[in-house]
Design a binder for this molecule. Structure first.
Ligand code: FCB
Length: 453
């Protein structure tokens, strides 16, 4: 049985991962290099100097990982496909062995009764495309749609629910403005070009997926509730909201970049960049919306950048906005993110009101410093409390009328956490990096009990 979007009668559950974070085997079976291979090799790019070349070795151990999902009792598994495995040079030749991996993964999931949902782009851009300008270049959007169709043609008979991009805000602004994610460029306001090309790539792919008969095309955003601290100028708070939320939802819902977006991103008024028809293509192109939520965003009063000092990377991730500070209240997780379930409730209600789309919480979870397994157990009570609080917040949003269909835990396995390397553990299953042993944590057992009764 292949399944579509959950019907929402009850909240459906799932768990999520991403290709570069778990697969490893980065040179197996003809995979081409990605921007994350290149970026992670730069000294200082990741906290522990490590990369995704081994990660959780899920490329080889996927049957074990699928068994963990099936035993957990989740209905859905959200995974991403590595573009450089399927089209190693970004455009042109297709690598059948790369497609073969996802074929086996999908079949194994279906055999075990877990519904796969695929994400085409979770940040592992083929390096060959970055060498030609990456997301700053319009051609990348067309290359993305071509690659998505290659993958869909192979898997679409069994995978019905698809997302184009994961968190394009990170791809555009952490990648091309703050430079803390691959490709590690600091292009200031030019990063808004990347945002437009990501929007365009979504629109082009969605159109072709729909033509091919796909009914459940979505996009996953890390939208955020913006909660300004006292003393924050209204224009700064608006700018943060523009870059984080409206640069994505405006095209999707209204087919336009609004005035507040154009104020901080004047390049989006350039007809050479935003061409006739681009925004119409994006408008109404999603059948569902994925919302990833971890923490609220609290902009604070604007501070002048001290002479000779680097601006805070988070400030650089909002080019064109006055240099605001960002505040984080207690309690925090191990990665330093504030725990605030009310942010998720507000975000879901607001996202549904704004888009009218069915929503899946495509990621939510927490990093805690649970390195050690004691007597075969990892006691992650903090994570259980985090998940419990956020599931309750999701249920409150549903009760308030938000059409939220699923809650998908980030993440199944402790994995490569981007710039943090392996120093932040988000998994409900512990990984021993030396042995690759997988040990379900207390949070896994807790969720299993909740799902299986
Ligand atoms: C999100 C990413 C995901 C993971 C979590 C912690 O921004 O989509 O890959 O790193 O954060």
């Amino acid at each position: 049985m292949t399944a579509h979007l959950p019907d929402g009668a009850a909240l459906a559950f799932g768990s999520a991962t991403a290709s570069y974070q778990i697969e490893g085997a980065t040179s197996a079976d003809g995979r081409g290099p990605s921007i994350w291979d290149t970026f992670a090799a730069r000294p200082g790019a990741t906290r522990d100097g490590k990369d995704g070349s081994v990660a959780c070795d899920s490329y080889h151990r996927y049957p074990e990982d699928v068994a963990l999902l099936a035993d957990l009792g989740v209905a859905y598994y959200r995974f991403s496909l590595a573009w450089p495995r399927i089209v190693p040079a970004g455009t042109g030749a297709v690598e059948p062995r790369g497609l073969g991996y996802y074929d086996r993964l999908v079949d194994t999931l279906l055999e075990r009764g877990v519904t796969p949902t695929g994400t085409f782009y979770h940040w592992d851009l083929p390096q060959a495309l970055e060498d030609r300008g990456g997301w700053l270049h319009r051609d990348t959007a067309y290359a993305f749609a071509d690659y998505a169709m290659v993958a869909y043609d192979r898997l679409g008979d069994r995978v019905k629910v698809w997302a184009t991009h994961n968190e394009p805000w990170c791809a555009a602004y952490l990648g091309y403005a703050a430079g803390v994610h691959a490709p590690g460029r600091r292009e200031g306001g030019d990063a808004h070009r990347a945002a437009h090309h990501l929007n365009l790539g979504h629109g082009l792919a969605a159109q072709r997926l729909h033509e091919a008969g796909c009914r459940d095309v979505g996009i996953v955003h890390n939208l955020a509730p913006i909660w300004p601290e006292p003393g924050t100028p209204a224009s700064a708070a608006d700018g943060v909201d523009a870059v984080r939320n409206r640069v994505w939802l405006g095209p999707l819902v209204d087919g336009a970049y609004d005035d507040g977006v154009l104020r901080v991103a004047p390049v989006l008024a350039d007809p050479e960049l935003v061409r006739d028809g681009d925004l119409e293509l994006v408008r109404g192109s999603a059948d569902w919306l994925g919302v990833n939520y971890y923490t609220p965003v609290r902009p604070g009063p604007v501070v002048p950048t001290p002479q000779g000092e680097e601006r805070h990377p988070e400030t650089d991730a909002y080019p064109g906005v006055e240099p605001v500070t960002f505040h984080v209240r207690e309690p925090r997780t191990h990665i330093g993110w504030e725990v605030e379930p009310a942010g998720l409730e507000e975000l879901l209600v607001e996202s549904h009101r704004r888009t009218g789309l069915p929503i899946m919480v495509t990621e939510n979870g927490a990093a805690y410093a649970d390195e050690t397994v004691v007597d075969g157990v990892v006691r992650d009570a903090d994570r259980i409390a985090y998940l419990d609080g956020h599931i309750a917040a999701t249920e409150r949003a549903r009760a308030a009328g938000a059409d939220v269909r699923a809650y998908i835990v980030w993440t199944l396995l402790d994995n490569f956490e981007w710039a943090e390397g392996y120093t932040k553990r988000f998994g409900i299953v512990h990984i021993d990096p030396a042995t690759q042993d997988r040990t379900p944590k207390a949070s896994y057992r807790w969720l299993q009990q909740r799902l299986r009764g």
